[in-house]
Design a protein around this ligand. Structure first.
Ligand code: ADE
Length: 223
């Protein structure tokens, strides 16, 4: 699939795109990321991207024309604006995007984006979480990584994407590897028992207890 990214900071994505699973998805041809540099579409000889808000107030607002000139030709793609005012990004959001041929991620900056850009050229507004970042780049990088690992053939064992946290509404259970004792800390006896029935039962209990304690919101939804 293709992911377009509209950003004032294309250099930000060098690390995330060149690392681990995302790099593998790009090298394997499952993922194609196209960076669109907003500055190249700036207005006038100063390549202006932002202006003062009508009605006054602090901060600057991203102008219509640079965004429109990139987003109008991408009308056939699903265009997402990252903003703290959007719906929260969930596993289901990533599942949806990863099933599409093309998505376009718009990284907002400054105090916001002129509302007419959103009304005319954006299909979905999404937030990474209930906190304010300096812009949408971190959210776009998180989304790209979350999508890449869902694309067919990118993660070796498909079970590891299928049976994970959030798919079934539960958090993952704790996991252990060698050594079986470290600073008097023992691995739970059941995991060394070889009894696969008991092990699965223990894991399921751990998932439920963790979810109830840490994420009662998820637990209520799942019941
Ligand atoms: N831009 C600034 N804060 C953000 C957030 N929480 N999610 C997505 N984009 C943002």
């Amino acid at each position: 699939m293709r992911v377009n990214v509209v950003t004032m900071f294309p250099g930000f994505f060098e690390g995330p795109l060149d690392t681990s699973i995302v790099a593998r998805a790009v090298a394997g041809g499952q993922l194609d990321v196209v960076l669109h540099d907003l500055r190249e579409h700036g207005v006038g000889k100063h390549r202006q991207l932002d202006d003062t808000p009508f009605g006054g107030g602090p901060g600057m607002v991203m102008m219509i024309e640079p965004l429109a000139s990139i987003l109008a030709p991408l009308e056939s793609t699903h265009r997402v604006l990252f903003t703290p005012a959007g719906e929260p990004m969930k596993q289901a959001t990533l599942d949806d995007w990863s099933g599409r041929d093309d998505v376009t991620f718009v990284c907002g900056r400054y105090e916001g984006v002129d509302q007419r850009v959103i009304d005319l050229f954006v299909d979905q507004e999404v937030s990474l979480g209930d906190y304010v970042l300096a812009g949408g780049e971190v959210a776009a990088a998180a989304a790209i990584e979350g999508i890449a690992r869902l694309l067919p053939g990118v993660v070796g064992n498909p079970d590891s994407t299928r049976s994970e946290s959030f798919r079934d509404g539960l958090l993952e259970e704790p996991v252990y590897t060698r050594p079986s004792t470290y600073l008097d800390q023992e691995v739970p006896e059941v995991l060394l028992s070889g009894d696969h029935g008991r092990i699965e039962e223990w894991r399921q209990t751990q998932r439920e207890e963790r979810t109830r304690e840490r994420r009662p919101d998820l637990f209520e939804n799942g019941q």
